[in-house]
Ligand binder design. Structure first.
Ligand SMILES: *Cc1c(COP(=O)(O)O)cnc(C)c1O
Length: 352
């Protein structure tokens, strides 16, 4: 079989998702899932769902849902494409804008799926190191991105949680000779978002997901907002029925109840501030977060040890074994109770 397989696929390593362990008394803070349940409006829509409608194929372009999302973002239906999670959206973008002669650039560290998607396209990857400790953009970021066809940025960034200044984003969109993907998976936990940049620039695509702020990681729904021309071309690259009928109905109910989501985000932000203070008090270095997690270095700057010691107590956080991330762990902001348990366990480990 080996000789038939594209060599770049044989050589690449696939995306490594965070673990979903089956342990008793688990405190799961490793994949940025929302600790609060999805909206009551969604539960009602699920209870009332007409199962016989599943005989039929779903609307291939999910137009009713696109209209709802368009209204929510102050754009038109033509500016929106729906996806099976935002990972599906990212796949379409990489299919459209990366190739062996069309490289992708991204900050380092960032969402580890981007280089995997580039590898599937056999597209070169240019990693641009963020500044140590602050994980802010280096002075010459734009110069370093030059030559790439797609610039993939998560804002707020993952796994570091910090955001990048809007003025920097504007400068990047204006100066980069290629498409700028702004992955806003965590924008609902931040003070601002980049939707406004779509009116100023033609080379911007914004992706969103219902997995984090809407508490719907298991449902699989995400979408992109861009110019009608970009959306039209992404439509050619998607799976024919990429968003199933049940998801279209339930995502619609969740979108109509976005006030409920905002309330949950406000509570997460409150707990995030508390957690940051507790961590700092124990001698951790924390990166200022605009997301639903905190990237932090323990006092001994040994991220792997922190991960292992917490794991012994069934508290699961995320550790990324790479030069730029190994001093840190990423901790999802959970419920108040979960945060108390986390802090108490850390206090034991570090003798504070
Ligand atoms: C979680 C996450 C996603 C993926 O979201 P799905 O919609 O669940 O596929 C995309 N980008 C970033 C930066 C994320 O952290």
């Amino acid at each position: 079989m080996k000789k038939y397989l594209r060599p770049e696929i044989a050589q690449m390593s696939g995306y490594a998702p965070g673990e979903q362990p089956k342990i008793a008394n688990l405190c799961k803070l490793n994949t940025n899932e929302n600790p609060f349940p999805p909206s009551p409006g969604l539960a009602k829509a699920l209870a009332e769902f007409d199962c016989s409608s599943l005989r039929r194929y779903p609307d291939p372009t999910a137009d009713a849902l696109r209209d709802e999302l368009a209204a929510l973002n102050g754009v038109a239906r033509e500016n929106i494409i729906a996806g099976n999670g935002s990972d599906d959206i990212l796949t379409m973008i990489f299919r459209a804008f990366t190739a062996p002669d069309r490289p992708m650039a991204c900050p380092e560290p960032t969402y580890s799926l981007y280089p995997v998607l580039a590898a599937m396209q056999n597209a070169p990857v240019k990693r641009i190191p963020l500044r140590p400790h602050t994980f802010s953009l280096p002075e010459n970021f734009l110069e370093q991105a030059r030559g790439a066809n797609l610039l993939a940025m998560a804002r707020p960034n993952a796994p570091t949680g910090n955001t990048f200044p809007m003025e920097e984003m504007r400068r990047i969109c204006a100066g980069f000779d290629g498409m700028v993907l702004i992955d806003e998976a965590y924008a609902d936990f931040a003070d601002d978002n980049c939707i406004g940049l779509l009116r100023e620039f033609e080379n911007v695509i914004i992706s969103r997901t219902f997995s984090k702020s809407y508490s719907l990681a298991g449902l699989r729904f995400g979408y992109a907002v861009s110019s009608p021309e970009v959306i039209e071309n992404m439509m050619k690259l998607k799976d024919s029925y990429n968003v199933d009928a049940l998801t279209q109905r339930l995502a619609m109910a969740a979108a109509r109840d976005s006030g409920y989501m905002r309330g949950n985000c406000a509570e997460t932000i409150r707990l995030r501030k508390q957690l940051a203070e507790a961590l700092t008090g124990m001698g951790f270095e924390t990166v200022p977060s605009c997301s639903n997690f905190i990237f932090c270095a323990p006092p001994d700057r040994n991220g792997h040890r922190c991960f292992e010691e917490l794991r012994k107590q069934a508290v699961i956080v995320r550790y990324f074994d790479a030069p730029s991330t190994r001093e840190y762990v990423r901790i999802t902001v959970g419920t108040e109770e979960e945060m108390k348990r986390l802090v108490a366990t850390l206090a034991e480990i570090y003798g504070k």
